[in-house]
Design a protein around this ligand. Structure first.
Ligand SMILES: [Mg+2]
Length: 304
């Protein structure tokens, strides 16, 4: 038996690990489309396809200026003030109020993040979401202050044609995060281990001193394995109903969905948890398997 290493940090994926992403994104996008159908009278199919093209371009379903950048709404932009008040604002309100209802952390997540920090461990987020969307989500979930740092993919800039209230907030620093946020290059998207390697180097830790939690067995767990970290598979994040998968496929860009939601695969990972609360057990060593180490060629001496 190898000794249980002393864990010094918990690095965690965000979507479908800390909160069910699908549970809020599907009804929120649908509410926004309903609003656009009502305010413009355009056919739903044209609206959906035009929005999806923008999501694909920005790599996020939550790019906040999707409507302004969609081709089908261009004719309304001649008078931005009326377009903003009669089309953009109602759609944004529909999205935001639905998100406020359905974006919730899984049970026990906040208490567990607090407990991890009370043990003197660092808590770090590692996500493939763009910087702005990831920071905003942590803020809405009231967990931003429980993170020592957050590592994301590159954020997006404000477009030229944006409501003055948003421009003013940006200039006043209203969108700046209160935690350390590092943007990783696009190539660091998981399963590349570049993000976790960077975190280890920034924290001055070895892989074996870190627990990495994620729901995607094909994208998150190879990251842990490549770095020698203790990979913990958030299996609970992979269960998504067939109905929600279908509604998501209609409304969300395929490339964005692939980034956020695990495919249904047969692969499993030995250290699986059914609730984020069980990260406590892993930290305490009662639920632990040795990190997978790649065998070096010609060094096999029978059974380990
Ligand atoms: Mg995830």
């Amino acid at each position: 038996m190898r000794p249980v290493p002393r864990i010094r940090a918990v690095v965690t994926d965000l979507d479908n690990t800390l909160y069910p992403w699908v549970d809020y994104i599907v009804p929120s996008l649908e509410a926004m489309v309903d609003s656009l159908v009502a305010t413009t009278g355009l056919p739903r199919i044209r609206i959906v396809q035009s929005l999806k093209e923008v999501y694909t371009r920005y790599g996020s379903n939550e790019y906040p200026f999707t409507i302004q950048e969609s081709d089908i709404f261009k004719p309304y932009e001649g008078d931005f003030d009326s377009f903003d008040k009669l089309v953009v604002e109602p759609a944004a309100r529909a999205f935001q109020s639905t998100r406020a209802r359905f974006l919730k952390t899984y049970p026990g997540v906040i208490e567990t993040l607090r407990w991890i920090r009370e043990q003197g461990l660092k808590v770090v987020g590692l996500t493939d979401a763009p910087r702005n969307a990831a920071v905003h989500r942590l803020r809405m979930l009231h967990v931003e202050g429980l993170f020592d740092a957050l590592y994301t993919l590159p954020g997006y800039e404000l477009p030229k044609n944006v409501a003055p209230r948003i421009r003013r907030k940006e200039e006043a620093g209203g969108y700046l995060p209160s935690i350390t946020v590092q943007e990783l290059p696009r190539e660091a998207e998981k399963p590349s281990p570049a993000g976790l390697r960077r975190i280890l180097s920034d924290l001055g830790l070895r892989g074996a001193e870190v627990i990495y939690v994620g729901d995607n067995v094909k994208k998150d767990m190879p990251v842990a394995a490549a770095c020698g970290a203790v990979g913990v598979w958030a299996e609970y994040g992979t269960y998504i109903s067939a109905e929600y998968r279908e509604r998501l496929a209609i409304i969300s860009a395929r490339s964005v969905t692939a980034r956020h939601v695990s495919e249904e695969v047969h692969e499993r990972w030995p250290l699986a948890i059914s609730s984020f609360v069980q990260v406590k057990d892993v930290v305490e060593g009662s639920r632990w398997t040795a990190p997978r180490v790649r065998k070096a060629k010609g060094k096999g001496k029978g059974k380990a």
